[in-house]
Design a binder for this molecule. Structure first.
Ligand SMILES: NC(=O)c1ccc[n+]([C@@H]2O[C@H](COP(=O)([O-])OP(=O)(O)OC[C@H]3O[C@@H](n4cnc5c(N)ncnc54)[C@H](OP(=O)(O)O)[C@@H]3O)[C@@H](O)[C@H]2O)c1
Length: 233
């Protein structure tokens, strides 16, 4: 990873912050994105902070430009920013669902579309998508959230086949419950609802990413599910 360049969205908290912290510790050069990213990481000549809203269609190109202009290249894209709008179908706030779909699906597709063109020109690259265990199955009150993750899994699966003979890799991370800001608005914490005493931490996901990147180039990891003990789903 040393002297490689990564772009990480959703890096101002939670999983993205954990991944970016690990990448910086491994001497990677990192472009971090989040609307509240300013001041989250100490200044470094290996770091560029970008605070553009991802739902602006111009943001993906700005992030690629940041990587190429500041560091000369981009090797890894982490498509990670997200929100979790939950609720029973009959009670759901449709505007929150549409905002979630816009961020998790539309902006992720735009990011991948933009970076894939660059990776194809370059002949190599690795795209990590933070999907979820709820990109592989559904539970009550999470139909729309799972649907967004299913959309990411479908894109990743098609890309895996389309890119099979190239040096462009795609990996869907499928975490179970991770302690982050994702559930900050929930009245009852998900660890209580799901009866999970030891949730995953962002560092656990970052360690998984480190393992995946360390694999020999002929090994592909299209999907990586990681669950905490006691997560019955
Ligand atoms: N936590 C879990 O249990 C879990 C499990 C499986 C999958 N995931 C997935 O992991 C990903 C990261 O979530 P997290 O758990 O780390 O939650 P988090 O701590 O709430 O982080 C979400 C990140 O998304 C960014 N974001 C939200 N809206 C944005 C926007 N419009 N433009 C740019 N950035 C935006 C936030 O930054 P700003 O607010 O600064 O913009 C923040 O950095 C999500 O896709 C989530 O679905 C989480």
């Amino acid at each position: 990873m040393k002297n490689r360049t990564a772009v990480v969205t959703g890096a101002s908290s939670g999983i993205g912050k954990g991944i970016a912290t690990m990448l910086l510790a491994e001497q990677c050069r990192v472009v971090v994105n989040g609307r509240t990213i300013t001041g989250v990481f100490p200044p470094s000549d290996r770091l560029v902070s970008n605070d553009h809203d991802l739902t602006d269609p111009a943001t993906p190109s700005l992030l690629l430009d940041d990587a190429c202009l500041c560091f000369g290249e981009c090797d890894y894209l982490f498509v990670n920013a997200g929100v979790f709008a939950s609720g029973m179908i009959g009670d759901i706030d449709i505007e929150k669902i549409c905002d979630m779909a816009r961020l998790k699906v539309e902006t992720s597709y735009r990011l991948i579309y933009t970076f894939l063109k660059y990776f194809k020109e370059r002949g190599k690259g690795h795209i990590f998508i933070t999907s979820s265990v709820l990109g592989t199955k559904v539970r009550e009150t999470a139909g729309a959230y799972a649907g967004c993750n299913y959309a990411l899994e479908a894109l990743a699966e098609a890309l895996r086949m389309e890119l099979a003979d190239t040096d462009i890799q795609i990996t869907c991370l499928e975490p179970g419950l991770v302690k982050t800001g994702l559930h900050r608005d929930w009245k009852v914490p998900p660890s209580v609802l799901l009866n999970i005493s030891d949730t995953l931490m962002p560092e656990d996901i970052a360690a998984a990413v480190k393992d995946i990147i360390a694999k020999p180039a002929h090994i592909r990891i299209p999907r990586y599910m990681i669950l905490p003990k006691g997560h019955r789903i």
